[in-house]
Design a protein around this ligand. Sequence first.
Ligand code: B16
Ligand code: MG
Length: 228
Amino acid sequence: MNKPFFQACIFDLDGVLVNTAHYHFLSWQQITNRWKVTFTEQDNESLKGLSREDSLSRLLHITGKQLTPAEREQTLIEKNELFRQYLTQMTPDDVLPGVTACLRFLKENHIRLAVASSSKNARMVLQKTELTPWFDVIVDGTEIEKAKPDPEVFLKAAARLNIQPHQAIVFEDAKAGVEAALAGGFCCVGVGQADILQQAHLIIPDFASISPSDLWISLSGLSADVKY
Ligand code: B16
Ligand code: MG
């Protein structure tokens, strides 16, 4: 195997490695149902990758709902309680199809692995799904001041891996996450819908749609195309 231009892969968590993005949506939807306003999975796309606080601001903007500061605080607590109820039921079966094979392939090819998530619950998700041992570095929402689309979480992961951004590839499912990766000077693979992730350097629907060796070939070809 040729030596690739990248030394590390940095993975977003929710929606890339595990399907928690759907649990975030279901938790917010229980709240909007109580408000008697409509909030669809399509609306939820613009919340993905944002911090809990920024997600609520976005949700209020979308739905036109108004809350007092105290109601806002209470809503954030409630949303997290709802989300954590979903997390208690998580098992290794919640790892998205094709993910483990991809991580194994990258490790076997001496690529270092990191998680960079906006979620303050990221370590619990990694533990419940038994993904923790795969990663050399984990940066979560408790360790950053500025959430995506700010690049802080990815830059912190690169610093802990002791590499420069151009030596890593970021995998992201959210528009805000792709923007964060690009702002940080990373090469970015979008995982999901092409119309939402069009700014990424490469887009794959999910890890089940591409074999690890084909993904490796696509990743290795990226360096020439990438404009930092
Ligand atoms: P929490 P990621 C993000 O995780 C989610 O995409 C986003 O929907 C959520 O609001 C955010 O984490 C905060 O999560 O409420 O658990 O702190 O995609 O960056 O792994
Ligand atoms: Mg995500």
